[in-house]
Design a protein around this ligand. Structure first.
Ligand code: FES
Ligand SMILES: [Fe+2]
Length: 425
């Protein structure tokens, strides 16, 4: 049996791009691989657990991170907190699902109560016969690291892993012009996909399949307009510059965010942050997909559409409930949402087929296309880094593309060159 924590198991992934292969089929279907992956990837990485506007004061979020259930709250001063979802008395689950919370987190079993900062405050009747050794200060909720970037919430179960900003590398700077922390949710829906989580993010990371799986999309998002968009950081990315323009244009139906620079205002940025969140950032909206593994062959995909505050203020749509007539909101976002649902259904169909082929075929890992699938190679190496290390304190965040890098079909343009393309120079 393969030992997936041993570097020797990753020899073909560690080869240079032009001789590397994809992952062994076991990585997508094998229970043992999945268990190690839950421990070494989802138990050590910064895992996306939601959208910032879900974690508002008065709400408690419940999310699975690796093998642990985690709750997230905001305390009285608005600080985000994360805890293991387990009472310090006899370990009971504190919350089953996202819920409202007043000032106190109450265990349903014997009503021990915790503050939103996790401190144990109430132990009904516990002291009627005092114990010699009991101090409430010793029994606060177990903390979990949490942090935010832009609109995204992250949690990390390991104390060894570098801070979120190190994990993200140059991405916050690269995406700063979008001011994503001001964007908010207008639509969210979850679907269970019969495929391993890696197949879904790999499919997102390559546009090799565009012509055949998305014939309509390929008309408006030309293969020739795709470039890599990868700096230093635990992410893979590509950009479409210029983003499409023809009569279909559903994803350009909403007004553009204010204040974007010349490149951002004509581009689509497609970013897969390792391990489990994929972002399509357009000048006027974001379509985000968070991937929660359920089993080797099942992934819950939560799709969220976000709009910039400037677009919402312009009256096209409004986030949240109640402020503006719901029909108006739905009318404004419907074409864009429909566009993504159609494209996503095409992707779901092909990744489920990929899963079936891997599960029932078990063929050896095949070669990756250097022109189109370098992000998969990068992603597979991040996976290998996590799988082979018990503790990520020494993590080497991947470097980014260098000016002049070539990938089969020609030079990978630098951002400045992309800008010139965008302007038609
Ligand atoms: S298990 Fe929570 S109060 Fe007893
Ligand atoms: Fe696709």
């Amino acid at each position: 049996m393969t030992n997936w924590t041993d570097e020797a198991a990753w020899a073909r992934t560690r080869r240079p791009m032009r001789t590397a292969t994809g992952l062994d089929s076991a990585a997508y279907v094998n229970d043992e691989f999945y268990l190690v992956e839950q421990q070494r990837v989802f138990g050590q990485a910064w895992v996306c657990v939601g959208i910032a506007d879900e974690a508002v004061a008065g709400r408690m979020l419940v999310r699975q991170v690796g093998s642990k259930s985690v709750i997230l709250t905001r305390n009285e001063t608005g600080d985000l907190r994360g805890f293991i979802n387990s009472c310090r008395h006899r370990g009971t689950e504190l919350a089953e699902a996202d819920c409202d919370v007043a000032g106190t987190i109450r265990c349903p079993y014997h009503r021990w109560g915790y503050s939103l900062d996790g401190a144990l405050k109430a132990t009904p009747f516990f002291d009627e016969v005092p114990r010699d050794d009991f101090d409430k200060a010793d029994f606060g909720l177990l903390p979990v690291r949490v942090d935010t970037w832009g609109v995204l919430l992250f949690a990390c179960l390991s104390d060894d892993t570098p801070p979120l900003l190190d994990w993200l590398g140059d991405l916050p700077d690269r995406m700063a012009g979008y001011r994503l922390d001001t964007w908010s949710t207008v639509h969210q829906a979850s679907i269970d996909i019969q495929a391993n989580w890696k197949l879904i993010t790999e499919n997102f990371q390559e546009y090799y399949h565009l012509t055949w799986v998305h014939p309509e999309l390929a008309k408006v998002s030309r293969v020739a307009d795709h470039y890599r968009y990868q700096g230093s950081g635990m992410y893979c990315g590509q950009t479409t510059t210029p983003v499409s323009g023809d009569e279909r244009d559903e994803w350009l139906a909403l007004p553009e965010a204010w204040g974007l620079d010349a490149s951002d205002s004509v581009s689509g940025r497609f970013i897969a942050i390792f391990p489990n969140v994929i972002l399509s950032v357009l000048p006027n909206h974001v379509w985000m997909m968070r991937l929660d593994p359920i089993a080797p062959g099942i992934t819950r995909e939560t799709c969220t559409m976000l709009l910039p505050t400037s677009v919402q203020d312009a009256g096209g749509a409004t986030a949240g409930a109640g402020a503006v007539d719901g029909d108006l909101r739905d009318d404004a976002i419907a074409p864009t949402r429909r566009f993504w649902v159609d494209v996503n259904n095409e992707d779901i169909d092909i990744v489920q087929r990929g899963q079936r082929g891997l599960a029932r075929g078990g063929v050896p890992a095949g070669p990756l296309a250097p022109r189109f699938e370098e992000p998969l190679h990068r992603f597979h190496n991040m996976l290998a880094d996590c799988m082979t290390n018990d503790g990520l304190s020494g993590l080497q965040v991947p470097t980014g593309d260098q000016p002049g890098d070539t990938w089969g079909a020609g030079e990978n343009p630098t951002p400045a060159a992309i800008d010139r393309v965008a302007k038609g120079a």
